[in-house]
Design a protein. Structure first.
Lengths: 233, 233
DNA sequence: TACAAGTATTCTTATATAAGTTTCAACGAG
DNA sequence: CTCGTTGAAACTTATATAAGAATACTTGTA
């Protein structure tokens, strides 16, 4: 019933990462220091750090130390952009067009996003791969959580890297719902593909370190040459 | 350089599950017994059991014991059948038609499947949900690994449950490649849907406890009312 | 039914050794 | 003297053992 100590350590470390005590990429105190600091034994601190590593919140390297995960364009893309070539290779899409607007949140957005925001930023991007239009992504985030976002345009390829660097908001997990559909007229024109092309539609909610739902994203993918890759364990 | 002890314990337990020493659903010896048996300390055995639990190979319950995972139609479906309703509820499809044939393996199948089989069983099933055709699945398995499979028809809804119960073959992981497509004439007729309906196509390879690729599966899903659910961590 | 005893696991602490990484001073070759 | 190598020291995490306390579950008994 009561929370195990290692769980408490786990939470405390997450708190400290979230409040900037341990900034992105920073080295954490070693196991003994952390243990002494929180009044537990080294083994208990170790167990907490291990599960933080399992969740990809920190990285540990023998002989070096424990570091807060640093989102790079590479690992962010690898983790959250699931399109692969037919042979399984990673795809690096090139940004194409980008628009950012601020608008009122829809009822669904207000209900889902963190702190029931009244206003959101909507970031729409078309990306291409090897010259062909590849996907259209529309990302919706609470405006209060990302002040000054519009002034940062044009945004980098990897949104989540920017979220971490500029806002200390570390994206940890996401849920996606996929379905097959046909490109309608508007969509086709926007992306530069033929109307009626089969497309993979994804609707994602994204959560950060503090389990806050910080993004809703809709993606339209052209999967003529590519596939969406899923692992099940 | 040398294999850690806990890793050895991990392997030994997997071996014993695979060779039937610990059959599906069976209780393993407790941590102290297992440790004594393999000549390690209880903490080391514990570490191995924990990682087996992380991989969903065993289930542990404080006060009860450690048990070999038992695939039930429920958990198998939950884990490997990813279609959900728009509100996120689990879907239980009803089997519709089923055909099993034995045939020569294609070059791709021979290259991918365990032990480069010359012959395979091909299980084709159409399933429906709430009266509507939902999906067509074509599962290909090496015939040598599943002797007498054809005599078992009609197969149950959950193939992997039967693999475990009848052949002690425990499915642990799978990789899937998804893309959007249009139902062609043959496909449409077979499933009872309109030609040109957008469908989600999945190509899966499935691995068992011993990391053997024991199945290749192609699925065609009608995602008009349903979505394919993916979690990213 | 309620309670107590027994069993099994988890949680926590403690200690020791192994093994990677970095730093830096000492040393030798040129 | 300068440069590069060597090696020790100090740091880190990783592995392993041992042992006691707390918690969860089962079962026997009143």
């Amino acid at each position: 019933m009561t929370e195990p100590l290692y769980r408490m350590v786990y939470r405390k470390v997450i708190e400290r990462i979230a409040d900037g005590t341990y900034p992105p990429g920073a080295m954490l105190p070693n196991e003994f220091e952390l243990a002494a600091d929180l009044g537990v034994s080294q083994g208990t601190a170790r167990k907490a750090l291990s599960s933080l590593e399992d969740r990809a919140i920190v990285q540990r390297r023998q002989g070096k130390g424990t570091f807060v995960i640093l989102r790079t364009p590479e690992n962010s893309l690898f983790h959250f952009f699931r399109l692969r070539t037919k042979t399984g290779e990673q795809v690096t899409p090139e940004p194409h067009t980008e628009t950012i607007t601020k608008r009122k949140a829809t009822a669904a957005e207000r209900a889902t996003l963190f702190e029931n925001p009244s206003h959101v930023f909507e970031i729409t991007r078309v990306r291409s791969f090897e010259g062909k239009p590849l996907c259209m992504e529309q990302s919706v985030v609470p405006s209060e959580l990302f002040p000054g976002l519009m002034e940062r345009a044009p945004l980098k390829n990897a949104l989540y890297v920017m979220f971490q660097q500029a806002y200390s908001c570390i994206i940890i997990s996401a849920e996606e719902h996929l379905h097959a559909s046909l490109a309608d007229g508007e969509m086709a024109e926007f992306m530069g593909i033929a109307e009626g092309t089969p497309v993979l539609v994804s609707e994602r909610v994204t959560r950060d370190l503090l389990e806050r739902t910080v993004e809703m994203r809709k993606g339209i993918f052209v999967t003529e040459d590519l596939t969406y890759f899923v692992e099940m364990n």
